[in-house]
Design a protein around this ligand. Sequence first.
Ligand SMILES: [Zn+2]
Length: 314
Amino acid sequence: METHLNLATPATYCGRFAPSPTAGLHAGSLVAALASWLDARAHAGRWLVRMEDVDTPRCEPGAADLILSQLAGCGLLPDDTPLFQSTRFIAYAEALERLRLHRAVYKCICSRKDIEQHWHALSRKKARHAEWPYPGTCADMSHTLRTNKNAHAHSRAYAWRLRSGTHDAPLLVTWQDRRLGPQTQDVTTTIGDFVLKRADGLWAYQMAVVVDDAAQAITHVVRGEDLADNTPRQIHLQARLGLPTPIYLHTPLVLDARGEKLSKSSGAAPLVAGVQAVRAALQVLGLTPQASALNEVLAAAVTEWRVRFATQPN
Ligand SMILES: [Zn+2]
């Protein structure tokens, strides 16, 4: 696997903030939004917003509008109309078809329980919060159907998985994160062949992100550190689709008093947009601009960011 060491700044920087509209922003998601905006402005680049609403049942009516108004209240205005992933299903289907023609994907009828049982049978343990890696049971589907004792195997709903190395030739992805430094992941052992389209028909996060980052010509991804372990899967999928790999920067997370990641599900307080919220988010990023008005705080923060990440405007 080749190393992705893209340190040169392309001529047309384009960054994005990509929230899921399941609720409004909270302190943690504002940090991610602000970091991506600061990096775009520090590069004199474009900054886009993308609503990651592929998982439509989880989305909340009105949340996208709320997020956009909260961003505006913090002085963060996208340079183009926001892209909604729920309008992009044809593009995802085309990408899947391309992979299918290259036999890079296969159908999988395994349930979560099937996968768990596979590892239990081998007495394997897994870390807290971790998912079981996919053992590749359906990689040869004809074999699976021949040997499956379930008479309904042929009619079971199936997911599509991307081939990601084998036991004998594991897929190692190496990349350079602007903050975390050199990173490596053995995708085969830790994740296995991963889902691009779920058995319930919903598109997986990895597929939507990769196809849309390319469609929006994103050159730089700046997002929270909790998403860093998705990066190797996305780099692998980009390579399989012949798409460029952006430059990555993963920012620190906002933790609550118990040291857990602040999130909507952990009951993080809704964000009151404005200069106070922006200041708090900047502090998480290690920036302390000396100014009072919102536009001055943001301008000073861009200058500080530029020094910290040695970015140069185009
Ligand atoms: Zn399977």
